[in-house]
Design a protein around this ligand. Structure first.
Ligand code: KIV
Ligand code: ZN
Length: 502
């Protein structure tokens, strides 16, 4: 058996079906380019019959593509198949039409009102028709995991006889259980006489959080195409996550001996970030492989272990998935070793003799603050080792004016000790104007690199917490601000970062 697992990415089709994940043409083209660079074998670019925009996007992706197969989805209807075949045409012999029809009793009865023999006939005719327009045809038995296995085998056999080169066995509603799903694949391999003429594909949804586990179980049972999405986005609870399924097969070589994919894993992190920013779907911090915390260690015991040997607590290197480095989060659970390491990384020249005093002050600060930023550590060294206490700027007055078509302006008054300074600036929106005004008063060069707003209470007068990452005087620093007014919260957060720059 061929041990190369085909990675079929459906971020732009099933992923776009995530509530709130619509993407425009430019964004889809950018994601498609990234997917090709990542090494996916098939890009399902959309559902061409769904809208003119969908058709145009699939066609444009097919035109732009240079290596991956480009696939368009179609119901088992001539009109759908015509559109899908026309949309993927610019990809030449890399075009694929993906035809689907539901096979389970519940879909047959309530959605299609069709008997079993009618389903087989429609599936076979649709595949045969698609084959006259495109050489590469995939057929999906929608809701396969809830279909009677004997009947499923008949549909699969008919689809292959009609010309399908890939037969997909979707767990459409995320109901499957890994061992049962693997048994279903094994059953089809044993029962369908012409199964060797097609690649078995799996497409798992995550309603019970089992999409990756089910896909992996199916690969072990002989499936050789996995359908998945970046960050696991997709209908309802999402689809099998590409980064997780690929890394599981790579890290657990003992379970997947000889299995390979074409994925360049060092591009996983950047692909994940791109999809996150384009769709606006936030990624949970503890998301496996690509989440903010995937390579972050806070507890002292863990940090100490990782410093001695990363394999104590890391089963893959951050670099192997494109994450720049292990992140030692400094907080109340951190130990002396991690603190000393961070001082060293910051080039602060702290002597061993000073670490004990700094560690005591650090623990006291960590009890008061959730996250300790580099600026906090610098201030600690200044204060405890060098005996200097930086006097911080505080916001005394703020006025902004902005509107559609109007230049945003901000007037800011800051205080530091006895000093009071007022200045004004314009900007690209009110927050940017505030940042420019603060930069002028404090005499720093600074920009905001990341901006997050979170509501910390309910109602129209909710308090908003702004968290920013700013680059001030060449250093990346964090800042937080809380207010019922977003611009006011932003000003406090940015000033917090500027004060940390010292
Ligand atoms: O979940 C599903 O069954 C699908 C099919 C169209 C493959 O997305
Ligand atoms: Zn799906």
């Amino acid at each position: 058996m061929n041990n190369r697992v085909i990675i079929f990415d459906t971020t732009l089709r099933d992923g776009e079906q995530s509530p709130g994940a619509s993407m425009n043409l430019e964004e889809k083209l950018e994601i498609a380019k990234t997917l090709e660079a990542l090494g996916v074998d098939v890009i399902e670019a959309g559902f061409p019959i769904a809208s003119v925009d969908d058709f145009n996007a699939v066609q444009a992706i097919a035109k732009q593509s240079t290596r991956a197969r480009i696939c368009g989805l179609a119901r088992s209807l001539k009109g759908d198949i015509d559109k899908a075949a026309a949309a993927v045409k610019p990809a030449g012999d890399r075009g694929r039409v993906h035809v689907f029809l539901a096979t389970s009793p519940i879909h047959r009865t309530f959605k299609l009102d069709k008997a079993k023999d009618e389903i087989i006939k429609q599936a076979a005719e649709a595949v045969a028709y698609a084959k006259t327009l495109c050489a590469d045809i995939e057929f999906s038995c929608e809701d396969a995991s809830r279909t009677e296995p004997e009947f499923l085998a008949e549909v699969v056999q008919a689809a292959i006889s009609a010309g399908a080169g890939t037969v997909n066995i979707p767990d459409t509603v995320g109901y499957a259980y890994p061992s049962d799903y693997a048994d279903l694949i094994t059953f089809l391999r044993a029962k369908v006489p012409n199964i060797d003429q097609a690649v078995i594909s799996v497409h798992c949804h995550n309603d019970l959080g089992l999409a990756v586990a089910n896909s992996l179980a199916a690969v072990r049972a002989g499936a050789r195409q996995v359908e998945c999405t970046i960050n696991g986005i997709g209908e309802r609870a999402g689809n099998c996550s590409l980064e997780e399924v690929v890394m599981a097969m790579r890290v657990r070589k003992d379970q997947f001996a000889g299995i390979t994919t074409g994925i360049e894993s060092t591009r996983l992190f950047s692909a994940s970030r791109l999809v996150q920013s384009v769709t606006g779907l936030p990624l949970q911090r503890n998301k496996a492989v690509v989440g903010d915390n995937a390579f972050a260690h806070e507890s002292g015991i863990h940090q100490h272990g990782v410093l001695k040997n990363p394999e104590c607590y890391e089963i893959m290197t951050p670099q192997s998935v494109g994450v720049p480095d292990t992140n030692f989060v400094l907080g109340k659970h951190s130990g002396r070793a991690a603190l000393a390491k961070r001082f060293e990384q910051l080039g602060l020249g702290v002597a061993d003799a000073d670490i004990d005093r700094l560690f005591v002050a650090f623990k006291a600060l960590a009890d008061r603050k959730k996250e300790i930023y580099d600026g906090d550590l610098i201030a600690l060294v200044e204060e405890i080792v060098r005996g200097r206490t930086a006097v911080a700027w505080t916001l005394d007055y703020l006025h902004t004016s902005a509107g559609t078509g109007a230049v945003a302006t901000a007037t800011v008054r800051l205080k530091r000790g006895d000093e009071t300074v007022t200045d004004a600036a314009t900007g690209d929106g009110p927050v940017d104007a505030v940042v420019q005004a603060i930069n002028r008063i404090c005499g720093v060069q600074g920009t905001v690199e990341d901006f997050r707003l979170r509501s910390v209470s309910k109602g129209g007068d909710a308090q908003g917490e702004v968290s920013i990452r700013a680059r001030v005087l060449g250093r990346q620093l964090g800042g937080k601000g809380l207010s019922t007014d977003i611009v006011h919260a932003s000003a406090i957060a940015y000033l917090d970062a500027v004060n940390r720059a010292g």
